[in-house]
Design a protein around this ligand. Structure first.
Ligand code: PLP
Length: 430
């Protein structure tokens, strides 16, 4: 743990004013949930909105609802995605099916997806990873007439657009995450939205069975947010980043997560969300472009993953290979540059799923695991940090010089191969 300027991999803006004002909502009522639901319905022009405790709770509720009205059990997801996604599928009692991804887009290999669509498939989860719009409209076309629904995982893409369609509203049903590293945050939280009457009816029944948040959870969430709001600053972030028990950036498969309705305090924390979200997304996009322009990525052999309408919750880039990634991530940890290795394995490698998913290969997803790092795009990234990121990415240019090991072998110097359930220390992955 070194006291030095340390950039967090993501940082959702949260004004202190919102935190303080939300204290007034500890004493009950549902005023802020009702306000938030009606604002979301109007903004996204959808029939129904449900507020829950997290993105994975949102996905679980959606899947349980879909499973009630169908005998089908398979859910197709990208072979490279957040581990919360298969966690929700297993929690809903359904079967995970993987489709490989294209490393240049992080989206499904659509030809492969087409081959997987059959009478056993309940739904396909189309995912806008890092805020880069996936081709959900095309997935919908492929599913049309086959009785397969499209769930839009917009956990990382609230406020984004694909053409004139708002992300989260293109699939049959969509959800956002309001977790701490997302576009907007209230600590933990999730939003479900749909315009389909039968899906809304099925979700309504699931939602009705969810408990209210406990007092203890509401207080704990608020206190954690307060601490995060203080320590997310680069002058202080070295401290929580150096405490492994906090689990910052940990990405893990687990099904015993809590599910409840969003409370009034969380909803109050989101007051003014439209303005705040628009500004934060705009800031991230322009910072991503400023990074791309200033880092001379091509000369370094670094390929940014762009895409029309990308929100750049983080800036995803592909480095040359596994060794380069390890060197870059190690140097970033040492220097507090805020680069993240993201998910440490493909979904196939999650030990709890090994029985279900053995046999097939997902070379695109494996390439992403080996080569993808994300650069921070949030409000705290300064010119000084851009220079630091430049130096960190430059390490792979030195690596490519024969015989050069850039200050020692990356493995023996503790970079460690990514493997499932390892803690990524200060490199947030969720
Ligand atoms: C792509 C994706 N889907 C789903 C989730 C689950 O959201 P939450 O962390 O709010 O449970 C996440 C969050 O990390 C995510 O990144």
């Amino acid at each position: 743990m070194t006291p030095q300027r340390t950039i967090p991999p993501t940082a959702a803006p949260l004004p202190f004013g919102n935190l303080l004002r939300s204290v007034g909502s500890f004493w009950g009522g549902h005023k802020h949930q009702a306000r938030l639901v009606s604002e979301l319905k109007a903004h996204y022009a959808v029939r129904a909105v449900y507020l829950v405790s997290s993105g994975k709770a949102a996905l679980t509720v959606i899947l349980k609802a879909l499973a009630v009205v169908s005998h089908r059990r398979r859910v197709i997801i990208p072979a490279y995605t957040c581990f919360s996604v298969p966690s929700a599928i297993v929690k809903a009692g359904l079967e995970v099916v993987l489709c490989d991804v294209d490393p240049n887009t992080l989206d499904f290999k659509l030809a492969e997806l087409e081959g997987l669509l059959n009478e056993h498939v309940l739904c396909v989860v189309s995912t806008h990873l890092f805020g880069r719009p996936a081709d959900t409209a095309r997935v919908k076309q492929l599913c049309m007439g086959k009785g397969i629904l499209v769930v839009e995982d917009a956990a990382q893409a609230m406020g984004g657009q694909s053409g004139d369609r708002l992300l989260g509203t293109i699939g049959d049903v969509g959800f956002y995450s309001l977790g701490r590293g997302k576009n907007m945050t209230c600590g933990t939280g999730g939003i479900i939205l749909t315009s389909s009457a039968p899906i809304a009816e099925a979700i309504e029944a699931e939602y009705a069975s969810l408990p209210e948040a406990s007092w203890l959870d509401v207080v704990r969430n608020w206190l954690e947010l307060l601490v995060m709001r203080i320590f997310i600053h680069p002058a202080l972030y070295w401290f929580p980043a150096g405490l492994p028990f906090l689990g910052l950036g940990e990405t893990k498969f687990y099904t015993d997560f809590q599910m409840f309705r969003m409370d009034n305090v969380r909803a109050h924390l989101l007051n003014g969300w439209q303005r705040r979200l628009a500004r934060a997304n705009q800031d991230r996009s322009s910072r991503a472009r400023w990074l791309i322009e200033g880092l001379d990525l091509v000369r370094k052999g670094v390929q940014p993953i762009m895409g029309e309408g990308s929100l750049f919750l983080r800036l995803p880039v592909l480095v040359r290979g596994r060794e380069a990634k390890e060197a870059v991530c190690r140097l970033s940890r040492e220097q507090g540059a805020g680069l993240s290795p993201n998910y440490p394995a493909t979904i196939q490698e999650i030990p709890e799923l090994a029985g279900q998913l053995a046999g097939r290969r997902y070379p695109g997803a494996q390439e992403v695991v080996d080569r993808l790092v994300t650069l921070p795009t949030h409000q705290f990234v300064s010119e000084q940090d851009r220079l630091k990121i430049d130096r960190v990415l430059g390490v792979q240019v030195e690596l490519s010089v024969p015989g050069n090991t850039v200050g020692g072998d990356p493995v023996t110097r503790g970079a460690g191969h990514p493997h499932v359930h390892v803690r990524n220390q200060r490199n947030g992955a969720s």
